[in-house]
Design a protein around this ligand. Structure first.
Ligand code: 2M8
Length: 475
């Protein structure tokens, strides 16, 4: 892959990148090569030795710049484990992962394979899912292939034909099983499904979960980080594992979970990513010449999603709020999801866009005077649950910065997007390919050699800035 990296840098048609950035591209390529398990990529070498769903999508975005065929393979492997319902599992477990490296692992989730909807096992999968970045990644692969030769373009078009029905089934699953109310908002059953696991977004809903009898369990994750405080606390883990126990007890059956589960939340970030993914799916539908009926369906999902998100807007907080279905009330937490969700969903009015940008730039987020880099912390320092070292409770995350950058470009806010890209690259080039960073000191935290961090660096440095997305603001 190093040679691919070198070739890619050399054939970079829109001008030379600096030596420092060239080195960063080479490092990113090496990380992805080291984490490459042959057809799929582990999320990180020690902490996460399996294939995670949204990690793989981001990884494919990065790989697209090195080898479009390998990028396509990343998603092909993941979608080979899609459930009959259309669900893409949040983890596909690596049968060769070292013992005692990750908990809860395949043994714990093996029960999921008993569901009539589960794919053939092994490998086993979890029965949760994660935000659907996949269609965005597929489109990125196709765009990268467009810049290559005839053969690459033909192969990418073939890949789009193959993956399109699977993406459609995945989005249909989210629009139906995960939104029986037809609200446009996706319901999650577990904080792990949000991807922002211990964010204060979930504190209110988790506090209401009463834990029953549970056996003790190992915290293998803690052996892979410098300080236990970088990972979720044991009170949070107790609830995570209790919720898993209830999901297993319900036989991983969607309807049974919906009826009885104590954690049932409409997740605005997940829902917004689905809207953006539906926009991407529409572009894919055009390439594969999908039927008008299917295009209308996807367009309908995107429209319903935007309307649903609009209803979650809180005028006072200037943020979009998650909704607790069990308590029947919004979850009031000041986190990056609150302004990222409408930005990611796109097509905001000029007035709303201005409100979102002012929130992003305010001292509550990227404008906080003590930040090492002007990048939004995952949780606002003004929020009670803020903790600058703990996982999703405060640190900045490169993938979130990527989503913001991508959405700002879509919104026609190229200059604002560029500020994020530069700051995020500087953060990584100064302090390494960490999973997340302490926002005030810039200290790298969590795992190092995190695959999706390497992947977004490749996209930031190798994607074509001349391809300016159209502004898709609504009037
Ligand atoms: C983190 O989540 C896993 C559980 O899914 C964990 O903490 O064990 C989250 O950051 C999640 O968003 C990410 O996909 C995963 C792998 O990078 O790690």
């Amino acid at each position: 892959m190093v040679t691919q990296v070198e070739r890619r840098v050399r054939t970079h048609s829109w001008g030379k990148i600096s030596e420092e950035h060239e080195e960063l591209v080479a490092q990113a390529g090496r990380i992805l090569r080291r984490n490459d398990m042959g057809g799929w990529t582990r999320a990180a070498p020690w902490l996460y030795p399996h294939q995670w769903s949204w990690d793989s999508a981001f990884i494919a975005v990065g790989l697209a710049h090195l080898d479009t065929r390998r990028a396509a393979q990343e998603l092909r492997t993941l979608f080979a484990h899609q459930w009959k319902t259309g669900k893409v599992p949040h983890i596909v477990f690596n049968p060769k992962a070292p013992p005692h490296s990750y908990y809860p692992g395949a043994d714990h989730w093996a029960c999921a394979a008993a569901s009539p909807d589960a794919p053939l096992a092994p490998p086993y999968t979890s029965c949760l899912c994660q935000p659907p970045v996949h269609a965005i990644a597929v489109l990125r692969i196709w765009q990268a292939a467009e810049r290559e030769d005839e053969k690459a373009r033909a192969e990418a078009t073939e890949f789009l034909r193959e993956i399109y029905p699977r993406l459609l089934a995945w989005h249909r699953y989210l629009a139906t099983f995960r939104d029986p109310e037809r609200s446009g908002l996706v319901t999650i059953y577990h904080p792990w499904a949000s991807g922002t696991d211990n964010s204060p977004r979930w504190d209110g809903a988790l506090a209401a979960v009463e834990i029953g009898e549970m056996s003790t369990y190992p915290r293998y994750d803690l052996q892979h980080v410098a300080e236990p405080s970088e990972r979720p606390a044991s009170t949070e883990y107790d609830r995570y594992l209790w919720l898993v126990k209830l999901i297993k007890r319900a036989g991983c059956d969607e309807r049974a979970i919906y009826r009885s589960h104590p954690f049932l939340v409409k997740d605005v970030l997940f829902s917004a990513i689905l809207v953006a993914a539906n926009d991407a799916l529409l572009e894919i539908a055009e390439v594969v010449e999908a039927s008008d009926e299917e295009r209308e369906l996807v367009e309908g999902w995107a429209g319903r999603g935007r309307k649903g998100l609009e209803k979650c807007w809180d005028e006072k907080l200037n943020l979009c709020l998650d909704y607790d279905l069990r308590a029947d009330k919004p979850l009031r937490a000041r986190t990056v999801a609150g302004f990222a969700a409408p930005l990611i969903a796109g097509r905001q009015s000029l007035e709303r866009l201005a409100a979102l940008l002012s929130e992003l730039d305010s001292p509550a987020f990227a404008g906080h005077p003590n930040l090492r880099w002007p990048l939004p912390p995952s949780t606002s320092p003004k929020e009670r649950g803020f903790d600058p070292r703990s996982y999703w409770r405060g640190p900045t995350w490169p993938v979130i910065n990527w989503l913001l950058w991508y959405s700002l470009l879509q919104a026609g806010e190229a200059e604002r997007a560029e500020l994020i890209r530069r700051a995020a690259l500087d953060q990584i080039s100064s302090n390494g390919f960490a999973e997340y960073f302490e926002p005030f000191t810039g200290e790298p935290l969590g795992s190092n050699s995190q695959s999706w961090t390497a992947a977004v660096v490749l996209d930031w440095l190798l994607s074509d800035p001349l391809r300016k997305p159209q502004s898709k603001r609504s009037e």
